[in-house]
Every structure is written in C-alpha cells, then in structure tokens.
Design a protein around this ligand. Structure first.
Ligand SMILES: Cc1cn([C@H]2C[C@H](O)[C@@H](COP(=O)(O)OP(=O)(O)O[C@H]3O[C@@H](C)C(=O)[C@@H](O)[C@H]3O)O2)c(=O)[nH]c1=O
Length: 179
C-alpha cells in the first residue's frame, strides 16, 4: 500500500502512497494503521495539525521532550517544502546528523520522523499547506529546539522568515538532548 524509502537515519523514512485515479480525480490514502504496523510504525496518533505558510517561511528546528515526545507523519496538501530531520538520540551512531526531503503535494510523498529527532522545514511555494499527524499532544512546556542554521544543513535560503521564538533558539552546540 505504501512504497518505503529508508534513509541512513534509522527509523526516519519516506513513504510513497498508492494513487487511485479515475475520471473524477484521485484518491490517496495517507495513513493506514495495519500497513504502517507492517513497516514498523505503530502509533495511536493523538493530533493532526494543518499549517499554511508563505514561501520563505522556515519553521524549526523543533522537538518535544518525554513524556510527550512526538513522532510525526508529514505531507503537503498544497505546495512544497524542504523538510529536515536531525537525529538527537544521544546513544545513536548518527547523533547530530540530518536528512532532508523535498515534500511536495504533487509528488504525494510522506515523511515519517520518529521521536528523538528535531524537525523543521522551509516553505518553497506561497500558500503551502503542510499536514502533520503527531503521536502526542502539543505540550509547550516540553518544547525544545535549536537554531535552523547552527548545523551544516544545505537550506536553499539564506534569510528565511522566522518566528521570534525560532530566532531565539540556542545553537546546536549549546543544545542538550534529553533523548
Ligand atoms: C505546533 C503547535 C502549535 N500550536 C499553537 C501555538 C501557537 O499559538 C501557534 C504557533 O506555534 P509555533 O510557533 O510553535 O508553531 P510552529 O513554529 O509551526 O511549530 C511547529 O514547527 C514544526 C517544524 C514542527 O515540527 C511542529 O511540531 C511544531 O513544532 O500554534 C498548537 O496549538 N498546537 C501545536 O501542535
């Protein structure tokens, strides 16, 4: 039901869903609990969020700490993003390493990011709408993160539009992971 594309960061994967097309349009299943279980993703997802942003907006890099850590399933329903996941699992051999994806409403790809990763994205087109499923509810007191450009990520922008909160995040080198 989903084509799985693994990355070198264990657990962080891209998924390509089947697309059913007929003369009326198309149908795409973005989530199926048994199919996800078969590829090792098993969550009782607790929240969905739909976020629209303009081109040049960068959100991240964010994570939420235990006991409300969040695995995320991300896709675009309109437009496209440069999506980044950074491994912050302290015992991981790939700690501090990252992977990026071009997530695009026209490609219909999805990205699954386990907990223990920081996440962020740059919006590539005006009126891009991103949908996330999250495995825990939003808990602002457990939010953490680090500055978007404090790792060597190849962001295709030099002066993104940031929230004030994101502009004040610490550098990655000063960030202490609780994972
Ligand atoms: C993320 C989030 C925000 N909010 C509210 C709080 C605030 O008023 C408004 C905007 O919040 P923020 O500025 O934190 O939103 P934003 O900067 O878009 O934060 C998001 O960034 C991306 C990269 C992620 O991975 C998400 O998990 C989340 O951290 O929305 C919720 O109610 N629930 C949520 O899950």
């Amino acid at each position: 039901m989903f084509q799985l594309r693994e990355t070198f960061l264990q657990g962080c994967v891209e998924l390509i869903p089947n697309i059913f097309t007929d003369h009326r349009g198309e149908s795409i299943k973005t989530y199926h609990s048994d199919a996800f279980k078969n590829i090792g993703i098993s969550h009782d997802f607790k929240e969905d969020l739909m976020v629209t942003s303009q081109r040049g907006v960068l959100r991240g890099l964010h994570l939420q700490y235990p006991p409300k850590e969040q695995a995320k399933l991300i896709y675009c329903v309109r437009g496209s993003i440069f999506d980044v996941a950074v491994d912050v699992r302290k015992t991981s051999p790939t700690y501090g390493q990252f992977v990026s994806f071009h997530v695009d409403a026209e490609k219909h790809n999805l990205v699954y990011i386990p907990s223990g990763f920081a996440h962020g994205y740059l919006v590539l087109e005006d009126d891009t709408t991103v949908v996330y499923k999250m495995s825990s509810v939003y808990s602002p007191e457990l939010e953490s993160g680090f500055l978007w450009n404090s790792l060597n990520i190849d962001w295709p922008i030099t002066e993104p539009i940031l929230s004030y909160k994101d502009s004040q995040l610490p550098l990655f080198k000063d960030f202490r992971s609780a994972f």
